[in-house]
Design a protein around this ligand. Structure first.
Ligand code: PLP
Length: 383
């Protein structure tokens, strides 16, 4: 492990550009209508970028609310900003309930059981607990089934120990199924119509994530978006409605060359001997493997940048090393930087391309960079 404050040289690291993160948030905000509030989704250690540093930067860049998955993530945000609204997106275990009051958090409500449990927390604390009512419009995961919204809304309003702070839903296929997303929006609006006396303009009303922005004609009750991936400069989908916002990648993933050697044609490379050199080759053995977050599925498929040139991965990625072909690249030597995701000279490997080599998605790639990879924070002032 190379702890964040270690003075040891870096072997494999992720660089996080906090100035780019701030520029991204400001660009996204500027592209949204003025009344739309910005819910910063920072779960899973802020998509692997580091929750503390990311949330602190987003706080002073203008996020309106933080959405997290777990209590420990919520506590980390609460430490940074007392009074800042924090929404827990995941369900709570019964023994976690009391922390809603202790940490001053908003809970997601999907069930009648949660209504009574959270009301009990408010009663015990002597002050109301904030909740966002989640409506399942077709995701089949969290949320009350949309046809039961009126009933659960009534149950919430009957408890003075609960304060309804928001209503929301989550889209199942916002990237590629416009018709179903429209149907989910329609169900959501019909569900809200069944809530007698609801005052939507006093609530956070949210559905969209990085994939889109609601474009319904006429007056719309939506007044917030939950942005995760896009604030990190990654487009979920080239045709998404926010695709015109020119965000920049915040994350890059780098390692270094361990050794360079020449091998004869016919040599087989790495475990399982899945690659045979077709010609005499020069290979570089990199100081990172799946123990750092290079997916084994990228074996024989992925590429890295060395001196700005793409070098194919040869054979299987191993736990601590990955072998690449550097034949014809002059002067590659021990210690040279190799870029797994990011820019180097004229070359660039995007996280989307890197993820495709492993048949996965950028969200999973970011969550798969392991603990032994230090996150190095870059800022505009270089501190
Ligand atoms: C409920 C919910 N809202 C919003 C988001 C943010 O999505 P994205 O990263 O695509 O912006 C997520 C991400 O997983 C989520 O689970």
């Amino acid at each position: 492990m190379n702890p964040p404050n270690s003075r040891l040289p870096l072997r494999c690291w992720a660089e996080i550009d906090l100035a780019a993160l701030e520029r991204n948030l400001r660009l996204i905000r500027a592209s949204l209508p003025a009344h739309i509030r910005y819910v910063a989704v920072v779960k899973a250690d802020a998509y692997g970028h580091g929750l503390h540093q990311t949330a602190a930067r987003l706080m002073h860049s203008g996020a309106d609310l933080f959405a997290v998955a777990t209590l420990s993530e919520a506590a980390a945000v609460r430490e940074l900003g007392p009074g800042w609204p924090v929404l827990l997106l995941s369900p709570l275990l019964p023994e976690e309930d009391r922390y809603l009051a202790d940490y001053d958090l908003a809970a997601t409500v999907s069930t009648f059981d949660e209504v009574s449990r959270f009301a009990a927390v408010g009663r015990a604390a002597g002050r109301p607990v904030s909740v966002h009512l989640k409506i399942d419009t077709g995701m089949g995961r969290l949320g009350v089934w949309h046809e039961q919204t009126g009933e659960i809304y009534r149950a919430i309003t009957e408890h003075p120990q609960l304060r309804l702070a928001g209503v929301f839903t989550h889209f199942a296929s916002p990237d590629d199924d416009v018709a179903f997303t429209d149907e989910q929006r329609r169900r959501f609006l019909a569900a809200l119509d069944s809530c007698a006396g609801i005052r939507l303009n006093e609530l956070f009303v949210h559905a969209d994530n990085s994939s889109g922005l609601e474009t319904m004609p006429g007056a719309s009750p939506f007044n917030a978006v939950r942005v995760g991936l896009l604030q990190f400069g990654i487009l979920p989908h080239p045709h998404s409605l926010l695709a015109q916002v020119r965000t920049e990648p915040v994350f890059s993933f780098r390692t270094r060359v361990g050794i360079v050697k020449d091998l004869p044609a016919g040599t087989t490379i790495s475990y399982g001997r899945t690659h045979t050199l077709a010609r005499a080759s020069r290979v570089a053995v990199l100081c990172a493997g799946y123990g750092d977050g290079i997916p084994r599925a990228a074996s024989n498929r992925g590429q890295v940048l060395i001196a700005g040139v793409r070098c194919p991965i040869l054979g299987r990625v191993t736990m601590d090393q990955t072998i690449v072909d550097v034949t014809g690249i002059p002067d590659v030597k021990c210690g040279d930087e190799a870029v797994l995701v990011g820019r180097q000279e004229a070359g660039e490997i995007s996280i989307t391309e890197f993820s495709k080599w492993a048949d996965t998605i950028p969200w999973e790639t970011l969550c798969s960079v392991t603990k032994r990879v230090p996150r190095i924070y870059r800022t505009a002032l270089g501190v």
